[in-house]
Design a protein around this ligand. Structure first.
Ligand SMILES: *Cc1c(COP(=O)(O)O)cnc(C)c1O
Length: 430
């Protein structure tokens, strides 16, 4: 495969942009090699600068749930730009999208629009702290909540110790307020709560994890967390930036029937434009300024072009339940195909999946948390990734990512992915 134009661009980019990219995973460091630069995309396909065609499994990390360049969203955006690009003033579509989000997401009564998932989670914990008058938060090892300081914290050595900064530039002071538990470990959470009575403002998690690869909540885990939060007056936050509008039109909370107190949203909510949101119980959201004392603002928040894209996307999903049926069917077909290939090749790798999210882990262990995800053979995954790319399948360039299906994938595309997977596994296992 010729990727010489991409290689030249990457070479040049490294002179002007740290690492040549504007978000680290794009640099392919986890899989080696040079990233492909994308020129355009349509439906299930992306095209790179050398005009190679790939079947999409990243889909902008989720937002392109209807495939690329969906004509309704394209039209909404081109209509909206006729009326200028930004006002910094309230607009009609902000009201419409807020009303729609409240109607779609079971636990949301009021919602505030922001510009990214990172802003959504940062703001949600601030309002949780304001509301409870407490400082500490609990998060889970392997969950990702954007790059806010409070979340870039590694677990301390014991269950009751403070976290330590996971990135230079994050202060010890911030780390002191973030406690980390292993995913799917209710007992560890109970211990943290007992050791920090009356000090924990919020507990935040991905109700289904996408950011250590796809990892599902164990039976009773979400219910157990809900109970602990109720007992201790802790604000329970679902980070549904990835799962929102994907696992169902009401997200993971609808699918699992558990209501958090606050929800953070991003990715699909902008239809491909930079949008995030946080919302939840009115009682808590009423603490946000200008109604309440917790400050949070944004020059471009609720941007009219972004709202046009997001509103059109959400309206479409709300009115087309068959989207979710199709995604379930596609997901099942793909995972069945992968499972058959793995068996046929005498392998015993783990596939985690739910709906239109899946990860093939290069490990024989069940993957239920970050330590088990890390038992994967990462060099082998790197080889597999490139074998897939050579066969025209564009996957997330890390073992610790979920793939995302879109409704633009037809049976023939799923068959091609299954075929490429089998060939790639054969190639890398040797
Ligand atoms: C992507 C993601 C974020 C961060 O969103 P950005 O828009 O990249 O800032 C936060 N939480 C989860 C669960 C995500 O998947």
């Amino acid at each position: 495969m010729n990727i010489s134009t991409s290689q030249a661009l990457f070479e040049k980019a490294q002179g002007f942009i740290p690492g040549g990219v504007n978000s680290p995973v794009r640099a392919f460091r986890a899989v080696g090699g040079s990233p492909v630069f994308i020129k355009s995309a349509k439906g299930p396909y992306v095209y790179d600068e050398d005009d190679n065609e790939y079947i999409e499994l990243i889909n902008s990390w989720g937002p392109m749930i209807l495939g690329h360049g969906h004509e309704l969203i394209q039209k909404a955006v081109s209509d909206a730009i006729q009326h200028s690009f930004s006002f910094g003033a309230p607009t009609r579509r902000e009201v419409e999208i807020a009303e729609l989000i409240v109607s779609m997401v079971p636990s949301i009564e009021k919602v505030r629009m922001v510009n990214s998932g990172t802003e959504a989670t940062m703001s949600a914990i601030r309002v949780a702290r304001g509301f409870t008058g407490r400082d500490k938060i609990i998060k889970f090892e392997g969950c990702y909540h954007g790059h806010g300081d409070s979340f870039l914290i590694a677990a301390g050595s014991g269950a009751v110790t403070f976290g330590t900064p996971d990135s230079p530039g994050v202060t010890k002071g911030v780390a002191n307020d973030t406690l980390t538990a292993p995913y799917n470990d209710l007992e560890a959470v109970q211990k943290l709560v007992d050791a920090n009575k009356g000090a924990i403002a919020a507990l935040i998690l991905e109700p289904v994890v996408g950011n250590m690869g796809c990892v599902l909540p164990a039976e009773g885990f979400l219910e157990g967390l809900r109970k602990i939060c109720d007992e201790e007056g802790i604000v329970f936050i679902f980070d549904e930036v990835m799962t929102g509008f994907r696992l169902s039109k009401g997200g993971a909370q609808e699918r699992f029937g558990i209501k958090p107190d606050l929800t953070t949203l991003g990715k699909i909510i902008g239809g491909g434009m930079p949008v995030g949101a946080y919302g939840g119980k009115a009682e808590i959201m009423n603490w946000v300024s200008p109604l309440g004392p917790v400050y949070q603002a944004g020059t471009l928040s609720g941007n009219p072009i972004a709202m046009a894209a997001g509103l059109t996307m959400l309206n479409y999903l709300n009115e087309h339940p068959e989207v979710y049926t199709q995604l379930e069917v596609s997901g099942h077909k793909l995972v069945n195909g992968f499972t058959n290939s793995i068996k046929k090749l005498g392998l015993n790798y783990t596939i985690n999946s739910i709906g239109s999210m899946y990860t093939l882990f290069f490990t024989e262990q069940a993957v239920t948390d970050f330590p088990s995800a890390k038992t994967s053979d990462l060099p082998l995954f790197g080889k597999y990734f490139h074998a897939m790319l050579d066969r025209g399948i564009y996957m997330g360039p890390s073992q610790f990512e979920s793939m995302f299906l879109s409704t633009a994938l037809e049976n023939s595309h799923i068959d091609r992915i299954i075929q490429a997977n089998e060939e790639s596994l054969k190639e890398v296992i040797g």
